[in-house]
Design a binder for this molecule. Structure first.
Ligand code: C2E
Ligand code: MG
Ligand code: MG
Length: 749
């Protein structure tokens, strides 16, 4: 549903308040009796008119400018017609009153009010609500009809029936008097379906429903009092007060729909609240029947009514049990009889919605069997089933009422503990589970040994939903498995890191990494003279990940060592046939490895890649304070012909002395220097200075991150010879780079 963005102006809000005050005057007059019937009459006619007029005006604005979607607009358009008829009715009534003549029944206002009802009914039925399946809509219709049938009986007994019995009344009057309750019945139908349908714009529709509900109560009390007890209510009496309140609620409904935020979320989260309604209606209808039949003799009518009541009660009971059974089947795991994934997720969602507070801790345990698959494979499915049943029994033994134990699938189980006195309680349960599951399961004459790893996660501040909580438990469970199985582990954020780290190591093993290559070009001619190898991770779930998403973690945990080795080997393998140099990034962790020189030498031998074409890129942080061994290692590499370059130059600490002491041959000027050179003279001057500096140290400069022709031109002006950036080419897979290189000649930097 579209949201109505424009906030009503202050005067509008004031007008709505004013309307409320105006209508309260009717209440005050009624309570105090001040001014007698004459004033009551006048107030009733004159106070309602401005209010209904305001409602109609706001309704018009809502329909014309409310930003409603087409379906809701149609609904409000119909409601608007009813508001306008209401205004006409109130106006006509005021004119009649001021005219002072005798008022006949039915008169003009009566027609207006009557005519308004079908429009309200249609409007209410059209209001958009939750989407439902065909069966659901059919069920809804039947539910609504049951309620209306109950109301029909009541109406027939107390209103319409007696009306027909009144002798000598004009048929038009009878028809008209019966018309109101019949149309009201339609209104009741619309209201019931409205409640059952869970409309989208909750508060506004709620107010509208309340308004119509008040109207129905007022209408029927008025008629019932008249036909049953011969009591004639007049202005100032309570049905009139209800009518006035209804008028005000309609105004509030329209106003509320205009307020921003009256949006789709409002109507959510009330599932199952009204399913008792049809049963209530049946109970009501039978109560009425019993009341009417109380004076009848038991034979024949009384007994039969009693029989019908009992029969219906039994049918309802059967229905309720069937429903329960359906629900039970839908949420249990057929093998173990535990809850299934759906119910576990539901209870987890409930747990994550409860507030986090001391003395009531929510936790989930995730249990994964450690040796299930071999048992299943070796002894067959019956043995597997026996093990799963054993686990189910163990889970049942540790939970209390309010907890949920379930099987998520395969050999994975979960326990949801929504109300623990402290965190230690969850750990106690986890430990008991681990111990219990160590006991072997007896299967025929076999003893089957399984063990379980348990992950524990608590519902804490910052845990968003069931899925996240389960993911935490999963991380903890894997940590437990890594720690040697048959253990439990409580989730902590650093486990997350560890889990992701393990994932990184697996990525290398499973060949999930790929290398892309970005050309480095000669800025004056545009020829590709080198390529830089850049790693990417083809993550099985998250897709292609760039180094920004994992290199930092890999640096922290050391996974960057196998990753870097893999990249170097892969890049050398792919780039061997290309007539250009190859740059490979080396992390700080790699540089301090004692075996670095041997590793690189081995890879070069293995791939046949010539040392003179390899350049290793180091970041400034590595070379800022190099220890002696590092300098020695780098010198050895240099002696073998391998080039060393300083990557992202200028982003670290501006310590220049290392440029003299280290065997460096290339400076890669960071792209932060390049980004503004063609627009900002200061940036130009600084980049220029960097280029001069590099030349003073007899280093080649490669400018990074060149994105425009303007930047490239400036760099040429400065005497910077090489560059790299999206302006020339983005990093690309090896095959694409081979095509890119096709026209290029060998070169170097
Ligand atoms: P880097 O070594 O400075 O690599 C250049 C980065 O700048 C690359 O990002 C490249 O895609 C990006 N780039 C190139 N031209 C442009 C441009 O015109 N505009 C912009 N905005 N960006 C450009 P990428 O591939 O995301 O790599 C990021 C960093 O990750 C690299 O920065 C490098 O420090 C690190 N890295 C990449 N591969 C490896 C590796 O195999 N080992 C190690 N240790 N680090 C690596
Ligand atoms: Mg680099
Ligand atoms: Mg760089």
């Amino acid at each position: 549903m579209a949201d109505v963005h424009k906030r009503p102006s202050r005067w509008l809000t004031a007008a709505v308040w004013g309307a409320g005050v105006l209508l309260s005057s009717i209440l005050v007059q009624s309570v105090t009796g001040w001014g007698g019937d004459a004033l009551a009459q006048l107030l009733n006619n004159s106070a309602q008119l401005p209010v209904t007029a305001l409602t109609a005006a706001l309704g018009l604005r809502l329909v014309l400018r409310g930003g409603l979607d087409s379906r809701e607009r149609r609904a409000w358009l119909l409601l608007e017609v009813s508001f306008l008829l209401q205004v006409a009715g109130n106006g006509a009534s005021l004119i009649q009153h001021l005219g002072g003549g005798p008022i006949s029944f039915p008169s003009v206002p009566d027609h207006m009010f009557l005519l308004a009802i079908p429009f309200v009914v249609a409007g209410l039925l059209l209001l958009p609500a939750e989407r439902r399946s065909r069966t659901d809509r059919l069920k809804l219709l039947i539910d609504a009809l049951i309620v209306v049938a109950g109301a029909c009986m009541a109406l027939w007994y107390v209103e319409i029936g007696p009306l027909l019995e009144v002798p000598g009344v004009d048929p038009v009057v009878i028809a008209f008097s019966a018309g109101v309750p019949v149309l009201d019945l339609l209104l009741v139908f619309a209201l019931i379906t409205l409640v059952l349908r869970r409309p989208e714009a909750g508060a506004a529709v709620g107010l509208l429903g309340a308004s119509m509900g008040l109207k129905v109560v007022a209408d029927s009390s008025y008629t019932i009092a008249l036909v049953q007890f011969g009591v004639f209510f007049g202005p100032g009496d309570w049905p009139f007060l209800l009518w006035a309140a209804g008028t005000f609620f309609s105004l509030l409904a329209v106003y509320r729909r205009m307020v921003p935020g009256a949006s789709a979320q409002e109507g959510r989260g009330r599932r199952g609240r009204v399913s008792w309604l049809p049963y209530g209606a049946i109970a009501f209808a039978y109560a009425l029947l019993a009341f009417v039949a109380r004076e009848q003799s038991l034979y024949p009518l009384g007994g039969m009514i009693l029989g019908a009541v009992v029969l219906t009660a039994l049918v309802i009971a059967r229905q309720v049990f069937a429903q329960r059974e359906n629900r039970r089947l839908a949420v249990t795991d057929p093998l173990t009889g535990l809850s299934n994934r759906a119910l576990i997720t539901e209870s987890l969602a409930g747990l994550t919605r409860q507030p986090v507070r001391d003395g009531r801790h929510g936790a989930v345990l995730l249990i994964d069997l450690d040796r299930f698959k071999p048992i299943n494979d070796a002894y067959g499915h019956d043995a597997g089933d026996a093990v799963l049943l054993g686990v189910a029994a163990a889970l049942r033994a540790v939970i209390r009422s309010g907890d949920t134990a379930g099987r998520l699938g395969g050999d994975e189980f979960a326990v949801v503990l929504p109300a623990l006195p402290n965190r230690a309680a969850a750990e106690g349960i986890a430990q008991r589970l681990v111990d219990a599951l160590r006991t072997p399961v007896v299967f025929g004459n076999q003893l089957l040994h399984v063990e379980a790893s348990v992950g524990v996660a608590f519902h804490e501040e910052g845990v968003l939903d069931a899925e996240q909580l389960l993911a935490h438990a999963d991380v903890a469970m894997y940590a437990a498995k890594r720690a040697g199985r048959g253990h439990y582990r409580v989730y902590t954020p650093d486990l997350d890191t560890r889990a992701r780290d393990a994932e990184l190591w697996r990525a290398v093993e499973n060949n999930e990494l790929v290398v892309h290559f970005q050309p480095v070009v000669d800025l004056s001619g545009g020829d590709c003279v080198a390529v830089e190898a850049l790693v990417r991770w083809n993550h099985p779930e998250r897709g292609l990940l760039y180094p920004g998403a994992f290199i930092e973690l890999a640096e922290e945990t050391g996974a960057v060592i196998p990753i870097g080795e893999w990249v170097l080997r892969e890049a050398c393998r792919q780039a061997a046939p290309w007539p250009v140099k190859l740059s490979v990034n080396l992390s700080a962790k790699q540089v301090v490895q004692p075996g670095l020189v041997e590793t690189i030498g081995g890879i070069l031998d293995e791939t046949g890649f010539p040392a003179e074409r390899l350049v290793l890129e180091l970041t400034e942080s590595v070379v800022l304070q190099p220890d002696e061994q590092t300098v020695a290692r780098l010198s050895e590499l240099r002696d073998r012909g391998i080039g060393i370059s300083i990557d992202d130059f200028g982003t670290g600490y501006a310590a220049l002395n290392y440029l003299r002491t280290l065997p460096v041959s290339v400076l890669k000027m960071d792209r932060s220097f390049v980004s503004a050179i063609d627009t900002d003279p200061d940036a130009y001057a600084i980049a220029d200075a960097v280029v001069r500096l590099a030349h003073a140290y007899r280093l080649k400069v490669v400018a990074e991150g060149i994105e425009t022709a303007g930047q490239a031109r400036c760099l040429v002006e400065m005497g910077c010879v090489y560059g790299q950036g999206y302006h020339f080419a983005r990093p690309m897979p090896g095959e694409a780079l081979a095509d890119f290189l096709a026209p290029a000649r060998p070169g170097g930097h």
